[in-house]
Design a protein around this ligand. Structure first.
Ligand SMILES: NC(=O)c1ccc[n+]([C@@H]2O[C@H](COP(=O)([O-])OP(=O)(O)OC[C@H]3O[C@@H](n4cnc5c(N)ncnc54)[C@H](O)[C@@H]3O)[C@@H](O)[C@H]2O)c1
Length: 348
């Protein structure tokens, strides 16, 4: 069968990772890389593919079946519009855009040009996340009462040498990192209807926040909280505990807890707790744990595999524009709550 022809637009941190994944994956060919920065041609050289300063040149010359858009959030709409006009299916990195208006424009152009857009909330393709969803959706779990999440780690000093990472808008862990936690919360626990958040920049003293506490209410009535900090000497984050991204130091710890009326689950150790005997539930009775670890997969590879299925017409995007827009809307509401010092209802 003919290989799919894929191109990467934006060859920075994550674009380079996508180029590596495509070049290692059977059944797809990396046919080009486009970037406004000429120095990114070294990445194209590394994979022996053509480099294009002008995106239109890449699209006209290579006619890719699909593109991975890994340019800064502010550029997602501009690049997506050009690709949609050329009728090319897209994987757009998360968040879908930097504003609701841009997310709407991307949705409209993709629908009018009849191209598929998969949004790169890659953690949804994790086997740990899929197993979590199966377990908490199961009747045996009872009613989901709440969830408690920690995203606490220490970003090295050199991370902040890049100026925009210290400035608003665009910098700060809420928009860069917590979008992942928010997207997982929605995916696993249902829609979020209200948020109330406080942020602090007391540790690093940058313009952007370094720590946050966020309360959420779900449409089901379940409650949740996230404590997040990029300046704490802590192992309790998705990055360090799941071992999915080999860049991060691996630890054998949990970072999330899902609490149900009949069972509770720790993540990512996937320890499911429940009473030995349902007739004797109560704090004086034995409560036991069982392990439910799934096989390990690389969610970025799974996402690429899924994108290929979407291009071939064998699947619809697992994370659509409309879905990803809701995660963006929650993050924007958290920012509003921090600024106004008030709870914010998420608009439908
Ligand atoms: N899924 C993840 O875990 C993950 C991780 C990192 C970044 N991201 C997302 O990926 C995107 C890129 O982030 P990054 O950290 O790789 O950024 P980056 O700054 O390292 O790279 C962006 C690249 O895009 C290029 N560029 C800018 N405007 C362009 C345009 N109009 N056309 C072509 N190239 C353009 C820049 O020159 C740069 O090389 C963002 O949306 C970010 O949120 C996702």
């Amino acid at each position: 069968m003919k290989s799919l022809r894929l191109a990467v637009i934006g060859g920075g941190v994550i674009g380079a990772k996508h180029a590596e994944l495509i070049s290692n994956y059977r059944g797809v060919d990396l046919v080009g890389i486009s970037d406004i920065d000429q120095s990114v041609n070294s990445l194209a050289d590394q994979y022996k593919v053509a480099f294009y300063n002008e995106l239109e040149d890449l699209l006209l010359t290579q006619r890719p079946d699909g593109v991975i858009i890994s340019v800064p959030n502010s550029q997602h709409q501009t690049v997506a519009r050009i690709c949609a006009k050329h009728k090319i299916h897209m994987l757009i990195e998360k968040p879908i855009a930097d504003s609701i208006e841009s997310a709407d424009r991307i949705t409209e152009i993709a629908e009018s040009e009849q191209v598929h857009v998969l949004v790169g909330h890659h953690r949804r393709h994790s086997s740990l996340v899929k197993k979590t969803k199966d377990l908490i959706d199961d009747n045996d779990f009872g009613r989901l009462i709440g969830v408690s999440m920690l995203w606490a780690l220490y970003k090295p000093e050199d991370y902040f040498e890049i100026e925009w990472k210290r400035k608003k808008p665009g910098g700060g862990p809420l928009f860069i990192n917590l979008i992942h936690e928010i997207d997982l919360l929605r995916h696993l626990c249902g829609e979020i209807v209200e948020v109330y958040a406080k942020a602090s920049s007391e540790t690093r003293k940058f313009e952007v926040e370094d720590s946050m506490v966020i309360s959420v209410e779900f449409a089901s009535g379940a409650l949740g909280n996230i404590f997040a900090s990029d300046s704490s000497a802590s192992p309790w984050s998705y990055e360090l505990t799941t071992h999915e991204n080999k860049y991060y130091y691996p630890v054998d710890e949990n970072c999330y807890y899902f609490l149900g009326s009949k069972q509770s689950l720790s993540f990512p150790k996937m320890e499911l707790w429940n009473y030995e005997n349902t007739e004797s539930s109560g704090w004086q009775y034995p409560i036991k744990k069982s392990s439910n670890l799934p096989d390990e997969v690389d969610p970025l590879v799974e996402q690429l595999k899924h994108f290929c299925d979407v291009i071939k017409g064998n699947a619809l995007p697992y994370v659509s524009c409309r879905d990803a827009k809701k995660s963006l809307a929650v993050v924007l509401s958290i920012i509003e709550s921090i600024e106004k010092k008030l709870p914010v209802t998420i608009s439908k």
